[in-house]
Ligand binder design. Sequence first.
Ligand SMILES: [Zn+2]
Length: 289
Amino acid sequence: MCGDKSLHHKVLGQRLNQSQGFSPRSKNGITVTVMKCTNCQLIYSNPQPIPFDIQDHYGIPPENYWKPEYFQYDANYFKQEIDQVKKLMDFKPGMKALDIGAGLGKCMISLSRAGFDTYGFEPSESFYQMAVDKMKIDSGRLKLGAIEVMDYEKNFYDFITFGAVLEHLYDPAASIEKAMQWLKPGGIMHIEVPSSRHLLAKIINLYYTIIGTTYVTNLSPMHEPFHLYEFGLKSFEEHARALGNYAIRFHEFYVCTLAPFPGFTHPVLSWVMQKTNSGMQLAVWLQKK
Ligand SMILES: [Zn+2]
């Protein structure tokens, strides 16, 4: 994200190509080295395994990827994010929005209901088909394809969102740069990603160190959900400086799930994560200059 290719970065440890659990030494498989950029706090794997075809990772039926509840649309879905966007721009009904990695199209439904003229694209064929067939997303507004091959008019959109998408892309910096071209000057881009300051990951990594291994829990470069990166706020600050055409207007950290830890620890963990900005997810709202 900061463009530092010196590779004098910190080695965090090794990551298996499956869930590691309490006893990763008892599992077999292949590992990659997980690294952290000391300049911009980006966590990435080196080497970076790339599938022959993106459908190898995401071409699976959505029922296998998410639970049946996921197909239920909730009217509050993405509401908080839309409210934040409207605070940052002079919103008028009919403004144009683009959802990158639209998934089943729930965010597109919320954006349309909030008054945006909404478009989207999705790289997974099975998700795309499910969005059109089951969620009734207009196929004239939703395209099938990956960001690397997608093209839209420059300076066209007022709002663009990457929700839970950027961590799956092989070149997040180039993806933001490309999508920024589609955004109008003054337009807002929302990005939500896994945070590289996540407290629970640090606790689990400490456990792996105590039991005498070099494993870390960060990323999932070779298994579901295929997270290739974790980001710090500094990743976006450095990228904004390098690219020069946007500024960070607002950011938030979210605790999200505490599920791997026993219930009695949740109140204190949640409190610490909120106080120290070490929740699981980071959301940023960027404004194009
Ligand atoms: Zn960096």
